[in-house]
Write a protein that binds this ligand. Structure first.
Ligand code: GLN
Length: 191
């Protein structure tokens, strides 16, 4: 049986992730309830507004189930999703799922990267490519990467793609470009 992938669909650009996964040959399902979460084996947390998503996670009774899910299954957080899976959040501080040993500062690029496409430098061995194009929208900066986590891509000296075991975070939006290597890396982690 094929692996079932879910996309958290409470808020944000979850449909763009479904389209990106479809281009990788995977039909991902939308997850809005603990029951739907228990039917998938890997989850994408999309970009959007992390404070709103956090509020909705609590309202839907998904916060604790999602923490438990992450202890056993792969989670891929992009932008707001990366903020949600981090161990520590600043600017301003807020609660998070503590799935990855990274510290993030929200909206940290200011106007500079309000909404921009830039070239980032990737780990060739792990991604099968060197530099690639990445879309940033009011992105956080990953200020600290714990010893168990590995930086896979950087922009201006800051990490923008980080993995730790089964989990992956991107501060950019790989679902908005035609380059599917990042989604493919996540799919490998789920399998
Ligand atoms: N600025 C948003 C936040 O702090 C994240 C932006 C995004 O996901 N594109 O939640």
């Amino acid at each position: 049986m094929a692996t079932r992938i879910g996309v958290l669909a409470l808020q944000g650009d979850f449909e763009a992730h479904q389209r990106a996964l479809a281009r990788c040959g995977v039909e991902a399902v939308q997850v809005r309830t603990p029951e739907e979460l228990s039917s998938v084996e890997g989850l994408v947390i999309p970009g959007g507004e992390s404070t709103t998503m956090l509020k909705l996670l609590n309202e839907e009774g998904l916060f604790d189930p999602l923490r438990r899910f992450g202890a056993e299954h792969a989670v891929f957080g992009t932008c707001a999703g990366a903020i949600l899976v981090a161990n520590e959040v600043s600017h301003p501080p807020q609660d998070s799922l503590h799935l990855m040993d990274i510290s993030v500062e929200r909206n940290a690029y200011g106007r500079q990267l309000d909404s921009r496409v830039v070239r980032v430098h990737g780990n060739n061995e792990r991604l099968g490519c060197g530099d690639f194009e990445a879309v940033f929208i009011r992105a956080p900066i990953i200020r600290r990467v714990g010893p168990g986590a590995t930086v896979l891509a950087e922009y201006a000296g800051d990490p923008v793609l980080v993995e730790q075991g089964r989990h992956l975070v991107a501060t950019f939006h790989p679902e908005l470009t035609d380059d599917h290597r990042v989604h493919q890396l996540f799919l490998k982690k789920v399998q």
